[in-house]
Design a protein around this ligand. Sequence first.
Ligand code: IVH
Length: 685
Amino acid sequence: MTSPHAPTPPPAPLPDDDDARRAAALRAELVYHQHRYYTLDDPEISDAEYDRRYRELSALEARRPDLLSPDSPTARVGGVPLQAFTPYRHRRPMLSLENALAREEMTAWQERLERALGGLAGVSYVCEPKFDGLAIELVYEGGRLTVAATRGDGEVGDDVTANVRTIRDVPLALFAGADPVPPYLSVRGEVYIRTDDFRRINEQQLAQGGKIFANPRNLASGTLKQLDPREVAARPLRLVVHSTGDVEGVAHRTHTEFLAWAGRLGLPIAERNRACADLAAVMEYYDRTLAERHALPYEIDGVVVKVDALSVREEAGFTSNHPRWAIAWKFPPVEEVTRVLEVAVQVGRDGKLTPVARLEPVRVGGVTVSSVTLHNFDQVAKKDVQIGDYVVVHRAGDVIPEIVSTVLSRRGAEVRPVVPPTACPDCGHAVAREEGLVDYFCPNVACPAQVKGHLLHFAKRDALCIDHLGEKLVDQLVATGLVKDPADLYALTAEGLAGLERMAEKSARNLIESIARSKATETARLLYGLGIRHVGEALAGGLARHFGTLEAVAGATLEQLQECPDVGPEVAGSLRRFFDDPGNRAVLERLRAAGVVCAPPAAPPAAGGRLAGKTFVFTGELTGMTRAAAKKSAESEGARVTDSVSKATDYVVAGEAAGAKLEKAKKLGVAVLTEAEFRGLLGGT
Ligand code: IVH
């Protein structure tokens, strides 16, 4: 979201002593930086710097409660959950818009407008994205946010002020700059959630066995209707303002003027809003927006076209339900109904069984969807999906397609229930389910599906880095029995590979060379490549540094393992189980015999490194360097790199599409660095 002008921080309350002056200055700064971060998407300072100021203000307010102010950025979350929401009557009803679905309906709308006005002289439009969120009204009295209410039935909504105060891009006080703050202002907008945040939250919900939200709108509205503002504060809701309710003391001539003014007061305004001189320009805007909708960071379901001049709006007036001067031109739906042909069960590297619905192919939001994951069997039961059912498939933006619901009214007699398998679909081994967990597992480590997963993991760039070993080839190697475990890779010969279907001599040679190169590896890479449960890349690095060799890790007792940083009882147990298994020991022995050797880990970093004593977590995709290189650089400056975020983490370096770890960092107040900031810490390397 951007507004056209940078805001001026709000006026400081009258200072009467040093603390009061400092509190006012910190508040003004924090409000300014919050606006740059959340509303303009253009932060000027790092999160760490912001946090420092925030903590200073919190400490100051704790020491001097007389300085507390309801507008303070520290006062976004009130303490007490509500019993119920209080009804709130809107000063003016919140109307809805007429919808158009096709071009001709837009022409017909303009014709009706022309008739109502007696011509189209002086008519120009503003086009805006139609946000797929929850309608909200905000009331500012004397420049302070006093009420936020949902639309309800249009006349009376719910007072959700405590919840809306937690939304970071909602100014608690309007910015006073060149424009005087109006004595009374109500504005309308949408509360929404960005698609990346939506996906991340659903991933977390899934991991924790919580509710999966069907779409960002449901998540936003479900969140805003929570009675406990602390729950709302934990979810990254956002606001966009698109209309006036009532303005006192200021008269605008056009909607464009209003939007620019609201932006200067600190309210978030959509950056895609455009003035359009005529209907042809409106149509161009629609086509462009439709084409680009999936690249937007939020969901929209159409565009809203509004007459710009307020005098013309007044003349055009209202029908019983809608203004005549605006219309919502909806996009074709990104939800389609299709049929579940089959539900297959996929076996993961760790043996986890995931139900996947095979669908009658259907185009949703410009992409053909023929299969969707159902995540787990609890989800299948919750959504009541049966084989042969018609289901609503949704896809939004870059959100992975998924089944929203089952069309029960179309369920035929021929449907078959989805039954969790009792035997692994790949190897036939009896299926297990751990007490209290939602997932079913195939416990057979020799299961071909798991073997394939293990081999692909072993060959990963950050593990043994074996090029030319793709999925298809692994399928063949496992199917022909040439490879049953990672150690078998080292026994492969070009002649042996030549027998495989469609295997060119050159490809065979490339693969053999690549496998040979991988023999000279590092302890951390091999530890990671073995695919031991709970042992991610960073933890493998930590183990390697602590123990030096694979043999030392393999020989360590549960207690000794837990002496290594970040190894708790669960990880230690997993390591012990792995190394105690005779099959795994045999594989390790054969790897050694094949000549796989691990270089000792790099010498411990100098105690005086730039990042000495700091703990880092890397998440998301880095663009300027590989994750392994970033890790190495941090470690060479004395930092400790771990896999999971906790209070003990000093920095989370978030790359693109960072997910749950970033969310957790924000929740715990851990400083988050961009890749560029991280480079800065390294001294610009
Ligand atoms: S203008 C008088 N502009 O769409 C109506 N509405 O039925 C003023 N919406 O729930 C609404 N984006 O909250 C307007 N750019 C936008 C919008 C927008 C989403 C929502 C609105 C209402 C529905 C219209």
